[in-house]
Design a protein around this ligand. Structure first.
Ligand SMILES: [Zn+2]
Length: 103
């Protein structure tokens, strides 16, 4: 399902595809705009990270070992383990993406 949004930073309009857990960056100004997840109801991953309607990264969960949450971006060729858990892992992923989008 496609949703419409108005960016809270630049007021520009854009579309994004709905998903249970998602982080959306504005395709106009590249700023973080929106985070939605099933926090308190279900797993917060997999979480898709969008630049408008383009999926640019994904946060996933792995069992076993020390590392549980992982960040993968095919667009930026970045694959790394996250230091934080659960909702904090999503915030960490959001901050990583914000750094990557800074031009
Ligand atoms: Zn914007």
């Amino acid at each position: 399902m496609i949703f419409h949004r108005k960016c809270k930073s630049c007021n520009g309009e854009y579309e994004y595809e709905g998903y249970a857990n998602l982080i959306v960056f504005c395709p106009n100004c590249y700023k973080f705009d929106y985070l939605e997840c099933e926090y308190g109801y279900g797993p917060v991953v997999p979480c898709r990270i969008y630049l408008g309607n383009e999926e640019i990264a994904m946060v996933t969960y792995h069992n076993g070992g020390e590392t549980k949450y992982q960040y993968d971006s095919t667009k930026f060729c970045l694959h790394k383990d996250l230091k934080n858990d659960y909702l904090e892992a999503l915030y960490e992923a959001r901050d990583i993406t914000a750094q990557l989008l800074k031009v």
